[in-house]
Write a protein that binds this ligand. Structure first.
Ligand SMILES: Cc1cc2nc3c(=O)[nH]c(=O)nc-3n(C[C@H](O)[C@H](O)[C@H](O)COP(=O)(O)OP(=O)(O)OC[C@H]3O[C@@H](n4cnc5c(N)ncnc54)[C@H](O)[C@@H]3O)c2cc1C
Length: 380
């Protein structure tokens, strides 16, 4: 495996790192405190071509490879996991389902606007009683002439309220279980569709997470994505890829934890020397650095497979499982290395601690990733 990035990929890394440092770092505290969506940052990302990195140029994207896109999420999340997840959801599960499964008309109508950042995308799968068991969703879609009538609700939807386009999953044939699920493109102003309560979360402040409510919501038949019954396949195909994005987000958080901890351990003196020279602290840094390197290798291996068009499901799950586990660990250790100061808002590590945990939960919990990996092993 070639572990070197291409010149183009290196340019992407540098550009996004500079952007994150100059445009996002100055607003971090404010965004966290006010829990306000970073609209100006997202608009600038659109201008820089970051909202459609892997989308071909003919559909308004940057036409770069999948690895370049993962580099961008990794670098953004090193500064702000919030901006990282907004981009990841928008692209992996908000735009890609239309690009890969849409008709020519749907692709022409939505993808260029999403790829340029004029539109923001969202993905509505989870329901109050259907999380890990997404195939058991209850939202119904009944065809009446040239419309489908949607009834039901979704929870925990990232980008809700800010998004222009939602990929929504509903059952068209409840007797068929997951094989009766159909995907729809729902525009924000569709009659009968409203965004409900916004969650107050432990972390990822600035990223909206809200309910979606459908009450006799009329979605035109031409907004059905794929055939009836193909919805679950569409959801799972895009989640596979989405998981590499979450791995990159977790990696960025872990890298930040390591960087903050190392520089603090060099500066902070106790017992007449920097705390990093105490073996108990030095070993924490060594473990963190080793785990970050492992997460990096797994994440970019999965990204590379996807870039080459090869199957990447097992590798995506492994990358997401490992990177999210070590991100939480690294964030906890970063607070410990900072001592009492780590527990205050004066230092950024408590935010990393709050942001990291969700990576073990969304786009499939760690338990579900283990199920996916073990199924691959048993079927190989
Ligand atoms: C901040 C945030 C943003 C999100 N964004 C989105 C979004 O944009 N779109 C969207 O559709 N969803 C989104 N989600 C939902 C997320 O994907 C779900 O919360 C997640 O899949 C888990 O579902 P659940 O919360 O219902 O937990 P449950 O499925 O009820 O799980 C509870 C516990 O049981 C365990 N468990 C369940 N089944 C099994 C099993 N078979 N074996 C072993 N353990 C099991 C789980 O691992 C977990 O520990 C988001 C969630 C959060 C918190």
């Amino acid at each position: 495996m070639n572990l070197r990035f291409t010149e183009e990929q290196e340019m992407m890394r540098k550009m996004v790192r500079d952007f994150a440092e100059s445009e996002i770092r100055p607003i971090l505290e404010d965004m966290d405190e006010k829990d306000e969506f970073p609209r100006a940052v997202i608009d600038k990302m659109g201008e820089l071509g970051l909202m459609g990195i892997p989308v071909p140029e003919e559909f308004g994207g940057a036409g770069m490879d999948f690895t370049s896109y993962i580099i961008a999420i990794n670098e953004l999340s090193r500064v702000s996991a919030t901006v990282g997840v907004i981009l990841s959801v928008h692209t992996s599960v908000g735009t890609n389902p239309i690009y890969y499964f849409g008709t020519e008309e749907q692709k022409k109508k939505y993808v260029p606007k999403l790829a340029s950042g004029q539109y923001l995308g969202a993905f509505g799968l989870t329901e109050p009683s259907a999380g890990s068991d997404a195939g058991g969703l209850k939202t119904r879609a009944v065809r009446k002439g040239d419309h489908y009538i949607l009834n039901g609700s979704k929870v925990f939807i990232t980008n809700a309220g800010e998004a222009d386009v939602y990929i929504v999953f509903a059952s068209t044939d409840p007797g068929e279980g997951s094989r009766g699920i159909t995907a729809f493109i729902v525009e924000k102003d569709t009659p009968g569709f409203v965004v409900g309560k916004k969650e107050k979360k432990m972390g990822l402040n600035g990223s909206n997470t809200s309910q979606l409510i459908f009450e006799d919501c009329r979605v035109p038949v031409e907004n059905r994505l794929g055939e009836e019954g193909m919805g679950f396949k569409i959801a799972m195909a895009n989640l596979d890829v989405g998981r590499i994005g979450i791995a990159a987000q977790a990696l960025g958080i872990a890298e930040a934890a390591l960087e903050y901890s190392t520089s603090y351990a060099k500066e902070r003196q106790q017992f007449g020397k920097p705390i990093g020279l105490q073996q108990g602290v030095g070993f924490k840094l060594a473990d963190m650095a080793t785990q970050v390197e492992g997460a990096k290798l797994l994440t970019y291996k999965a990204a590379n497979l996807k870039s080459l068009g090869k199957p990447c499901g097992k590798d995506a799950s492994m990358a997401k499982l490992f990177a999210s586990t070590i991100a939480t660990k690294a964030a906890i250790e970063a607070v410990q290395v900072h001592g009492g100061y780590g527990y205050t808002k004066e230092y950024p590590v408590e935010r990393l601690f709050r942001d990291a945990k969700v990576c073990e939960i969304y786009e499939g919990t760690s338990e579900i990733q283990r199920l996916v990996i073990s199924k691959h092993l048993m079927n190989s």
